[in-house]
Every structure is written in C-alpha cells, then in structure tokens.
Design a protein around this ligand. Structure first.
Ligand code: NAG
Length: 542
C-alpha cells in the first residue's frame, strides 16, 4: 500500500498502481538537454558506484526500458510529476530543480543499497508503479554551516551540499566570517586570510576556558577557501540545484577582520584573533569612517563576483555598540546624519550597505537585529531570536526566513546532556524540529506571503570534526526538510518516524555519522559484508 512507500520529505500526493519497473544494465535515460542530463547523472552515478553499471543517456526515444524527462510549463517552480509505468518512467517539470527532485524521489523508491559507495552483489532493482505529484511548500529550504568557529574542508562542504539536494533542500548559507576566523580569500585585502584565518591553537581547552592570546603568539589553527575553492563549491552546488548564500558579517562578529586591519575599528588597536568564546563583542567596525564602507564595498564586489545568489547575507547580529558611543568618527556621523541613538547608527550602517547591494541587483538579508533602529527598505530578515523578528518584518512588508533558535538551531542537544556529545545548550530533538512551521500563529495571510521559508543553523563553537558535524545535522535535517517541503496537512509524526528507517539505511550507506540514540529510538544496525546489505531495526518509542 501507499504507506509502504517511504519517501522523505513526503510528497504532496502519491498513488500506487499495479505493476512495477525493473532497472537493469540496459535501462537508459532519454534526455533532451543539459539540465536533464545533469539530473540523470545523479542516478547514473549511483548505479555506477553501487552496481558497476554504466547506464547511458540517449537523445532519441527508445522503445522501452527508459526514463524520460518532459518539460511541462504548468508545473510550479521546483515541482515535478513522477510516473512509473512498467517499462517507462516519466519525470515532468518546468525547471532543473524539478527534474532533479524527480530523480531524488526515484532514488528513494529504489532499495537503500542504491546509496552504496562500493560495488554490491547483483540485487533486484525493482520499483512499484506510482504516480507522484509533488512541489515544495517554501522556496527557501536552507541549512547554515558555521565554518569560522571551526574550519571545514571544501570536500565536506560539497558532501553536505549533495546531502541537502538529497533532502530536496535548495539553500546553503555559508557563514564565512566570524570573530574566530575569516574564511574567504579577498584579493584586495590579503591579510584577511594571512592573519584573520588563523588563531592560536588552544583546542585542548574548552571553548569558554581559553585565554586571550598575545599578539606575537604563533597562530597556526584555521584555514580558508581560496577564490578557486569557492568557485568549485558554487559550481558543484549549482549542479545540485543548491544556491550558496554567502554571509559577510557586519558590524560585529568581525574580530578576525579587525585583527587583520585594525583601522577598521573605532579604537584602531591591534587585537588577536580570539581562540575561543568572546563576549560581549565590542570591537566592531567603525560606523563613522568612510574607509570602513569602502572596505566592505570592495569585499562585497569580490564576493558578488563569486556568488550568483540573489541574496547577500550581512549578518548584523549581536553588536555591542559601546565603542560607537565614544568614537569621535561615529559621533560625527550621528550628528551629520541626525541619528538619535547607536541603534539608529546601526540602521544607518545596514541601510548604506543595502543601497550598495541593491545597486548591484542583489537583495540584502540579515539577522533580525537589523530591524533595530529601522529596517532598510529592500532588506529581508532572518528571524533567529524566536519568531518576533519575522512577525515584525513581515508586517512591514519585508520578506523573511524563519530560523527560530527553539526549533532550528542544530547546535542544541538532541537528547540527554549526560549522554550526548557537547553542544551549545538548549534541547531540539528531531521531534521538535519536525514541529517547526515557518508560518507562525498570529501571521495574517498577507504576512505569510512574505515568508520565504525556513532554515536550520549549525554553529560550530563546539564542533571540531566532520563526524560530529554530521551527528548534529542528521537526522534532524530529514525533519527540517519535511517541515519546509511537504504540505502542512500531511505533517504526522508517527507516519514520519515510520519512514525514517528507510532514510537511516541510506545514511548508513552514505557513510553519515547520524545520531542514532538520541530520540528513544533504539536502532540496531547490522551489515552483511558479503552482500553489503544493511539492516536497521528500529524500535519507535516516540
Ligand atoms: C548566537 C550567535 C552565534 C552563536 C550562536 C550559538 C546568531 C545569529 N548569533 O549567539 O554567533 O554561534 O548563537 O547558538 O545565532
């Protein structure tokens, strides 16, 4: 029956029909253009790795045993229709993402062994005849990775992007700058990565137990992405239907930049890149000097040349503005611009950046602090301190992305603190993530239209390894993907958890260190070496 089909995120509609389709070595993909062959490639690669078959693409219609793509104008953006009919599979869509998601669904209909990274014994690749019509509920389905507090290799970033696409997520928010590390090469300001990407190695100490390094201490811990790395990541993401949204923090969380170029701050005092926690954040960009804005515009010019994303994230969070109150340049700016408070000075700062970003045809997005002192006219808001910022901005007619800490912060614990690996605090188990709804109580229909979608954020103060990072992301990402993709009416925790077993097996094959024990799920995993078959027994005690 339909309930035996375990696709995550749950498709809008799914009908099971009698009969089935059998993949074999002679199955071909009938493609008409580059987008279609790029989508087909996802599954071609899977069969190649898991089974050793070199499935072909052809450009004339075969008689049978093929998968075809059809462009259909009346399917909404990113939506698709998937029909499996005995010896023909048809994927209809009007864009690349739709074809890609049709393929991802097809992939999930196949046995979990399709995810195998090593060749397995010949098994039967049969899928039932189905008719699936599917489309996303929201256009922004994101994950943020913080690569500043700990640096993550380019390969891991690409892997994560691939996994986003697997979950039909389409936005990768790249948190490239923070106090503890500047992670992107900027040709005009080489010190940002010569100095700002490195800190004194105190990794043996807890995050908040680290001392402030001396300026002449050797900073050896860190890393950064060259512009070529970034191009590679962006191109890879494009092939997976994922937009990379860069975040260039301002005016706070930028000690790494000030350590590189002290003149950017009010005090102009040399500071080290902090090795651990830093609070409050008082050393911020000076809002008085025009040179600050020239620097930021130069940086953004290079950033925008690398990232085609419509949205450019400028951070904006957690600035303690005490230096601005004392700084002669900032005081002059406030007089000249008739600003009554440092909040209004922050608003001036962001508005000025917004004018620059929109003059380049892009849209500024920032954390909800950018509302303070007045929101820039064309700006979008990412609501993280609960949902208040989202309610307020959408009421003023601004677009919002909902990412409240309560449900969307993957640096929170997902189970009991005494058994889980160290996390920031908080408690956001998969069941809570599953309850996340970007449309909040109290939003009018008009406000709801301004909700672009939702996003999970993984801050990395305590996350030093890829396997720990995976542990925090999975399987919560599966819950998040359903919250931002599937119709609200199909949200059903029991049904979702019954579909998790299928996804766990796939994670296992993909080599993901997903959290197994955090949700009173007891999951036993057995691997049969000979056939590389994975058995996961789940006891659901939700
Ligand atoms: C906030 C900070 C972030 C930090 C995280 C920890 C935002 C927008 N800002 O304090 O730098 O890593 O929470 O959960 O989240």
């Amino acid at each position: 029956t339909e309930s035996d089909i375990h696709v995550i995120p749950k498709p809008e509609s799914l009908k099971l029909i009698e009969g089935n389709f059998q993949f074999n070595k002679n199955t071909v993909f009938y493609v008409a253009d580059k987008a279609q062959s790029a989508a087909a490639q996802i599954l071609i690669d899977r069969f190649k790795e898991a089974q050793g078959w070199e499935l072909k693409t052809v450009d004339t219609q075969p008689k049978s045993n093929y998968i075809q793509f059809k462009t259909s104008e009346d399917i909404e953006d990113e939506g698709y229709k998937l029909m499996v009919e005995n010896d023909v599979i048809t994927i209809q869509s009007n864009d690349f993402n739709g074809f890609l998601y049709g393929i991802q669904t097809l992939r999930q209909l196949l046995p979990p062994a399709i995810e195998s990274q090593t060749k397995i014994a010949d098994i039967s690749w049969v899928i039932p005849n189905v008719e699936i019509a599917d489309k996303p509920r929201f256009e922004w389905r994101g994950l943020m990775l913080d690569v500043s507090r700990h640096f993550f290799q380019k390969e891991y970033i690409k892997k994560t992007i691939d996994r986003l696409a697997f979950h039909k997520m389409n936005t990768f928010h790249f948190h490239l700058i923070d106090d503890q590390g500047w992670r992107i090469e900027i040709k005009k300001y080489p010190k940002l990565t010569e100095v700002g990407a490195w800190r004194v190695d105190q990794e043996d100490k807890p995050w908040d137990g680290r001392y402030t390094p001396k300026l002449d201490e050797k900073a050896t811990y860190g890393g950064f992405y060259t512009q070529d790395d970034i191009k590679e990541i962006v191109a890879y993401a494009e092939s997976r239907g994922v937009t990379v949204v860069p975040e260039i923090e301002m005016p706070a969380h930028v000690t790494s930049a000030i350590a590189s170029y002290p003149d950017l701050s009010c005090l102009e005092k040399p500071v080290p890149v902090p090795s651990g926690g830093l609070w409050p954040i008082t050393d911020i960009y000076c809002a008085g000097k025009d040179s600050t804005f020239e620097f930021l515009e130069d940086v953004l010019v290079e950033v925008m040349a690398l990232f085609p994303s419509k949205y450019i994230h400028v951070g904006g969070d957690e600035a303690t503005k005490t230096n601005w109150e004392k700084c002669p340049h900032c005081k002059k700016r406030m007089r000249d611009e008739q600003l009554k408070s440092v909040e209004e000075l922050q608003s001036y700062f962001i508005k000025r950046m917004e004018r620059f970003i929109s003059s380049k045809g892009r849209v500024l997005i920032g954390w909800d602090e950018i509302l303070e002192g007045g929101l820039a006219p064309g700006a979008a808001v990412m609501s993280w301190r609960g949902v208040k910022g989202g309610l307020e901005a959408s009421a003023e007619g601004h677009d919002v992305v909902m990412t409240p800490g309560t449900h969307c912060y993957f640096d929170h614990y997902q189970g009991p603190m005494d058994t889980e690996p160290l996390a920031w605090g908080g408690h956001s188990p998969v069941s809570k993530v599953y309850q996340f709804d970007p449309i909040v109580d109290g939003m009018s229909e008009e406000q709801a239209k301004h909700v672009l979608g939702g996003q999970a954020n993984l801050w990395a103060e305590h996350i030093t390894t890829e396997s720990h990072s995976e542990y925090m992301i999975f399987p919560r990402l599966a819950a998040m993907s359903e919250a931002v993709w599937s119709p609200k009416s199909s949200r059903d925790w029991v049904d979702f958890s019954s579909r998790m077993e299928n996804i766990f097996k796939r994670y296992q094959h993909q080599g993901i260190n997903y959290a197994k024990s955090a949700y009173t799920i007891t999951s036993e995993t057995e691997v049969d070496e000979a056939t590389n078959t994975i058995t996961v027994s789940l006891k659901n005690e939700f």
